[in-house]
Design a protein around this ligand. Structure first.
Ligand SMILES: Cc1cc2nc3c(=O)[nH]c(=O)nc-3n(C[C@H](O)[C@H](O)[C@H](O)COP(=O)(O)O)c2cc1C
Length: 196
């Protein structure tokens, strides 16, 4: 069992980072191997849209961190993605990564439908935004972030095991309640997969 955590928040003391840390600690307490990547630190060239990867299943651009992260995604059992809500969506840094690794997430299937390459794997999504509940959900703020990441992961074959959202971060930092949710999500996943 390997858990890969992708942290798309540039704030290492921010809400998303705190929630991911709680999950990492919970997994480590259960002796599960955890690998963590800070998306902000990666060097990834933007996709040029050449579409060659759809035919050749590899990117024509020189190797950079996009391919390295894809290798990690390929070998993990659980993918945890933490992404703050930026403009009701995911941060551009994370989108850049997804754009560059399309060929490693889906392949060309019959009748033009994409074929998922990660069937049988699971993902947990974590997000935070300043808009308070329930408006973060009603007005597609953190919900927009979750929906955009979820649609990519579902097309890629991942099952979403849990979603954790923290609204209203302008007035309150993530607290023990949300951190407990995060730990519980990891515990439940590991229990279901016989790791406890
Ligand atoms: C560029 C940018 C865009 C943002 N867009 C939104 C938004 O559309 N809706 C919202 O509720 N909060 C938005 N926020 C606020 C962040 O989602 C919020 O500060 C969140 O807590 C950041 O996560 P972090 O604490 O893990 O860094 C934005 C922040 C930044 C820097």
């Amino acid at each position: 069992m390997t858990i890969l955590i992708l942290n798309a928040s540039p704030r290492q003391q921010g809400n998303v980072s705190r929630m991911l840390l709680a999950m990492k600690e919970e997994a480590k307490n259960a002796n599960v191997q955890v690998d963590e990547v800070n998306i902000q630190d990666l060097y990834i060239r933007p996709c040029t849209g050449c579409m060659v990867c759809r035919e050749k299943s590899e990117c024509r651009l020189p190797e950079d961190d996009a391919q390295r992260v894809l290798c990690k995604i390929n070998s993990c059992n659980l993918l945890v993605i933490g992404a703050p809500c930026y403009w009701g969506n995911m941060p551009g840094t994370l989108k850049l990564l997804f754009d560059r690794i399309v060929y490693g997430l889906i392949s060309k299937g019959n009748h033009g439908f994409p074929r998922p390459l990660h069937k049988g794997k699971h993902a947990i999504l974590v997000t935070a935004c300043t808009t308070v509940f329930p408006f973060n959900w009603l007005f597609n703020q953190s919900r927009g972030t979750i929906n955009s990441i979820r649609s990519i992961l579902k097309l890629s074959g991942f099952k979403i095991a849990a979603i954790i959202e923290k609204g209203g971060t302008g007035t309150s930092l993530v607290g023990e309640k949300e951190l407990a949710h995060c730990r519980k999500a990891i515990r439940r996943f590991l229990k279901r997969h016989d790791q406890f």
